[in-house]
Design a binder for this molecule. Structure first.
Ligand SMILES: Nc1nc2c(ncn2[C@@H]2O[C@H](COP(=O)(O)OP(=O)(O)OP(=O)(O)O)[C@@H](O)[C@H]2O)c(=O)[nH]1
Ligand SMILES: [Mg+2]
Length: 212
């Protein structure tokens, strides 16, 4: 894969995308981000107070994608703070703990909460993440498949922040989703039948008429 990553400050050609984590307390949201950004894991990771940010740049082909990672605290008291970010995010990761069934049972709640407060205009990719795949899986795979099928345009991925299993690959997939989005956007802009081109040719046509 043609991907390079670094933590540079925002460069002039970087395109920023906001990625948010959501899910019950203790499922490993912070640990996933910490593993990805710093290749670090803390067995005594403290619960996130409110919101925390980190950044990482991924180069996909000729593009520099700058990820702004918005990590939310899963505790109830931070819910309205988290909700206030929903409208502006590009990618959402709904995280649960594969070893904890009740964290899985809450995922639909998080999806509904997100869908209710996100206008769906900005969102480019949605993932359900089953984290802690180094531990015994206590969530039936059929239930995970059902949940994924029941919700539109959502992908499932299993990770371990502890062993680093599938973490880098997850962010590569996100990088490619965003790259594809940018390509499509550009193609639409250059498309002769796009709305913009239609407006331009209409204006151009009427101007010409005026000169006759
Ligand atoms: N075995 C195992 N433990 C993990 C993994 N990821 C996180 N943990 C542990 O799970 C606990 C909670 O991890 P956090 O990353 O703080 O969870 P969180 O979702 O950010 O929790 P809040 O900030 O309270 O919402 C910590 O003790 C981590 O070390 C994993 O993949 N495997
Ligand atoms: Mg946290």
């Amino acid at each position: 894969m043609d991907i390079n990553e670094n933590e540079n400050k925002k460069g002039k050609d970087d395109i920023e995308f906001k990625i948010i984590t959501l899910g019950n307390p203790g499922v490993g949201k912070t640990s996933i981000i910490q593993r990805y950004v710093s290749d670090d894991f803390n067995i005594n990771q403290l619960s996130t107070l409110g919101i925390s940010y980190s950044f990482k740049v991924m180069q996909v082909k000729e593009r520099n994608l700058r990820f702004k990672l918005i990590d939310t605290g899963g505790q109830e008291k931070y819910r309205s703070l988290a909700v206030s970010y929903f409208r502006h995010v590009d990618v959402v990761l709904f995280v649960f703990d594969l070893n904890n069934k009740s964290s899985f049972d809450s995922v639909q709640y998080w999806i509904d909460l997100f869908n209710e407060h996100n206008n769906n205009k900005n969102i480019k990719a949605k993932y359900i993440i089953g984290n802690k795949n180094d531990l015994e899986q206590k969530v039936d795979q059929n239930l995970i498949d059902e949940l994924t099928t029941r919700n539109d345009n959502i992908k499932y991925w299993s990770t371990s922040a502890k062993t680093k299993s599938q973490i880098d690959y997850l962010f590569s997939l996100i990088g490619f989703d965003l790259y594809e989005y940018l390509q499509k956007k550009e193609n639409n802009k250059n498309e002769p039948n796009s709305n913009k081109s239609k407006t331009l040719s209409k204006n151009h046509g009427s101007k010409k008429k005026g000169f006759c």
